[in-house]
Design a protein around this ligand. Structure first.
Ligand code: 13P
Ligand code: SF4
Length: 320
């Protein structure tokens, strides 16, 4: 039982109320792995960006409550223009999406008209509307392999993810210079120290991390791939270089294994937690369902244009 911030005298059982509202509204709650544990535990589905896009496209619920960041809720809206899509906190943005404003991206595209534009899903709907195909970290390899070898590629907005796949596939790409504030905060020095203190622990990392961190990793993958790896690998201890929220699912799935969050350089900061993802709280989730706001609204022409590269991503990564 918790009280509301607006009215501390009134005690509300948020979990029970959210469950009740969900039924009343015929809503589905989708949550990313970087959400706080209490939201992950309440959600109908928890997943990575690709899985959440698939769920958003398939749902027959009337309302989608998206516990993630703005670009993820926008993606759900693009797939469901006739449904109401709610986001607990409209300020839940993303440093990658912010690094790539639509008008600048348009200029970039116009400068290289012969290039195929491959864009990470962590971008605004305007940028999606200007792209040829959207990728996520778990679908990038398959999609990039599908583009003819002689076709030059523009990759936006994550320079680290782009550089990782360029190297892995031996394919040159023109990279937009954006990055994720969480994944560039990890300290190589402190990770090294942890490896000495925990000699049996292996480092696993998300490809949004910088190359000097990735070089030391035993395994590199999207949030879902990292989760599966910790379940199936014979190792018993892991240093995890991605947002700390994923540790909740890792511990749930492998209760006997040890998970250590990779540390940022500054001991005092909580830089391995995404400040945008963490804006969503149980109270805001309850409030957005009760008041049916904040809601994601997008212009129809942007929806129509952005749907093309998003559908292409799902088509090229279809699981038969
Ligand atoms: P994935 O869940 O696709 O690995 O993306 C990670 C991320 O940074 C989402 O914001
Ligand atoms: Fe964006 Fe990074 Fe937060 Fe993901 S973790 S939403 S990429 S800032």
């Amino acid at each position: 039982m918790l009280t509301t911030l607006e009215n501390p005298e009134i005690a509300i059982d948020y979990i029970a109320e959210i469950v009740r509202l969900k039924k009343e509204m015929n809503a589905v709650i989708l949550a990313h792995y970087y959400q706080v544990p209490e939201i992950q535990d309440l959600a109908d589905f928890v997943g990575d960006s690709l899985e959440l896009s698939r769920k958003a496209k398939e749902t027959d619920a009337d309302v989608i409550v998206f516990c993630g960041v703005h670009f993820m809720a926008e993606t759900a809206k693009i797939f469901n223009p006739d449904k109401q899509v709610l986001l607990p906190d409209l300020d839940a943005g993303c440093s990658l999406a912010d690094s790539c404003p639509g008008p600048l991206f348009k200029e970039f595209r116009e400068k290289y008209p012969d290039h195929y534009s491959v864009t990470y899903i962590n971008c605004t709907a305007d940028v999606k509307a200007l792209s040829d195909v959207i990728i996520t970290s778990s679908s990038a390899e398959k999609i990039l392999r599908n583009i003819p070898a002689d076709k030059p590629i523009l990759f936006a907005p994550d320079r680290n993810l782009g550089a990782y796949f360029a190297k892995k596939l031996g394919r040159e790409m023109l990279l937009w210079q954006g990055d994720c504030i969480v994944h560039v905060a990890f300290s190589e020095r402190r990770i090294e120290q942890l490896m000495i203190e925990h000699p049996n622990a292996v480092l696993i990392a998300h490809p949004e991390c910088e190359e000097h961190i990735l070089k030391r990793a035993e395994y590199i993958g999207s949030t879902s791939a990292l989760l599966t790896y910790t379940e199936t690998s014979p190792h018993m201890s892991f240093i995890v270089a991605t947002e700390e929220g994923i540790l909740h699912q890792m511990k749930k799935r492998s209760p006997n294994k040890e998970f250590i969050p990779a540390p940022p350089e500054d001991k005092g900061c909580m830089c391995n937690q995404c400040p945008y993802m963490r804006l969503n709280t149980l109270e805001k989730l309850y409030s957005c369902m009760k008041n049916r706001t904040p809601e994601i609204i997008l212009p129809q022409d942007i929806i129509d244009k952005a749907l093309v590269p998003l559908n292409r991503m799902l088509e090229w990564t279809k699981v038969d």
